[in-house]
Design a binder for this molecule. Structure first.
Ligand code: FAD
Ligand code: UDP
Length: 371
């Protein structure tokens, strides 16, 4: 193998950011590898055979509260506004989701609700649980049993094949409850989509003469060696599953083309109580591509397949902690840094992993400065 200053395993968001920083800031020769035949990790988007731009691994709604992160990424892309609107199909109706004043009025069959009226109403129906210990208690303490059973219970059972009472409060806690009529899916200050897609953003990011990209290349510890390594794959795999397998949740995606401009009113419909799939996604609402056809993807949760979601339970957290200690040792002894959703076994969004990648780069730089 050619001599490199750093080997980066995984050309997802973390790998690409790390490669860009090491090449542009340290002048390092970078080997960036991925076992898949494309960059951008799970943010990968591409043209479907119909020519419609799709998100291959589920809808990616970029959002962040961090202006400096937007500034950094803006060197590699222009943006369009992120129109992330979701409805939940339940009781034969489409409800705006997350729950907000419009959802509450529709659910409780009121003409209109003021924020105060909605707060009083929820105060009556919510269960008084001060410190929710799991996702079921979290939702019950916010919106009460009827809405929990309508919007959350069935979806969560399908998505995780686990009861919400066995999942950390942070899982259902990802979804806000609002006392206004804001129907956007997330709360963040910046909700933006890369104008030409995520793959193009990351392609621009790693366009540097010091970066060699090898796709279709699984990591081989004996072969891919350098004085520094960044590993973004599953942490249990790195350590040959020595403490056992960390459980992951996967998805199967069924993409269907339709000979019309749009099928759905908005990008995502959640189906808590109907069908085997959890949601249908028509990403064209977000990409704003002009095309006479459209593609909708249907997501079927699975135990087997690519690792997409760490499963946030106490047991899994404890198992991860054992691997994390090994990782700490590996970092200090062998300069192998573990970063990203798979390597840290955390339910991170893209902005969060990029922030972590930038922090990890700072550690590597500091260490290098002192040598
Ligand atoms: P990944 O994107 O997983 O990339 C890791 C790469 O490493 C992969 O390409 C993999 O092939 C490669 N790799 C792994 N092991 C090896 C190996 N041994 N050898 C070589 N290569 C290897 N985030 C948002 O901000 N908004 C969203 O709306 C959103 N929606 C999501 C929906 C779904 C269904 C999923 C699964 C994730 C979603 N995310 C979303 C999260 C986002 O995808 C991740 O936060 C982000 O992709 C993590 O980046 P990463 O670089 O850590 O890992
Ligand atoms: N959730 C739910 N009903 C919904 C949407 C989400 O119960 O209509 C719960 C479910 O447990 C899900 C979690 O909230 O896994 C987080 O949802 P999100 O949409 O953020 O999941 P992701 O986009 O990461 O798959």
């Amino acid at each position: 193998m050619k001599q490199y200053d750093i080997v980066i395993v995984g050309a997802g968001p973390v790998g690409c950011v790390m490669a860009e920083r090491c090449a542009s800031q340290l002048g390092w020769k970078v080997l960036l590898i991925d076992k898949r035949d494309h960059i951008a990790g799970n943010c990968y988007d591409c043209l479907h055979q119909s020519g419609v731009l799709i998100h291959q691994y589920g809808p990616h709604y970029f959002r962040t509260n961090n202006q400096s992160l937007v500034d950094y990424l803006s060197a590699f892309t222009e943006w369009i506004p992120g129109n992330y609107y979701v409805t939940s199909f339940a009781k034969n109706q489409y409800f705006p989701f997350p729950i907000n004043l419009l959802t509450l009025a529709q659910f409780f069959e009121k003409e209109k609700l003021s924020p105060d009226e909605a707060k009083r109403l929820l105060e009556e129906v919510r269960e008084k649980i001060d410190q929710p210990a799991n996702s079921e208690e979290f939702v019950l303490s916010r919106v009460g049993r009827a809405m929990y059973e309508t919007f959350y219970l069935g979806y969560t059972l399908k998505q995780w094949d686990m009861h919400p009472r066995d999942l950390s409060p942070s899982v259902c806690g990802r979804i806000p409850v609002r006392f206004n009529e804001d129907c956007r899916y997330v709360d963040h200050t910046h909700q933006l989509t890369p104008k030409h897609g995520f793959t193009e953003l990351f392609r621009q990011m790693i366009k540097h003469e010091l970066i060699d990209l090898h796709l279709g290349t699984p990591y081989n510890k004996e072969l891919h060696k350098a004085s520094t390594t960044v590993y973004t794959g599953p942490i249990d795999e790195y350590f040959d599953y020595c403490y056992g397998n960390l459980p992951w949740r996967s998805l199967a995606f069924d993409f269907k083309e339709y000979p019309q401009e749009f099928v759905q009113k908005n990008v995502q419909i959640n189906y808590p109580n109907d069908y085997d799939y959890t949601r249908s996604v028509e990403i064209k609402h977000v990409t704003k591509q002009a095309h006479p056809h459209t593609v909708v993807s249907y997501e079927y949760p699975r135990a087997e397949g690519d690792p997409y979601y760490p499963i946030p339970t106490a047991d899994n957290h404890n198992l991860y902690e054992k691997y994390r200690l090994l990782a700490e040792e590996e970092t200090s002894k062998n300069n192998v840094y573990f970063c990203g959703r798979l390597a840290e076994y955390k339910y991170f969004n893209t902005d969060e992993v990029i922030e972590n990648a930038l922090r990890t780069f700072d550690l590597i730089k500091q260490k290098n400065d002192h040598q």
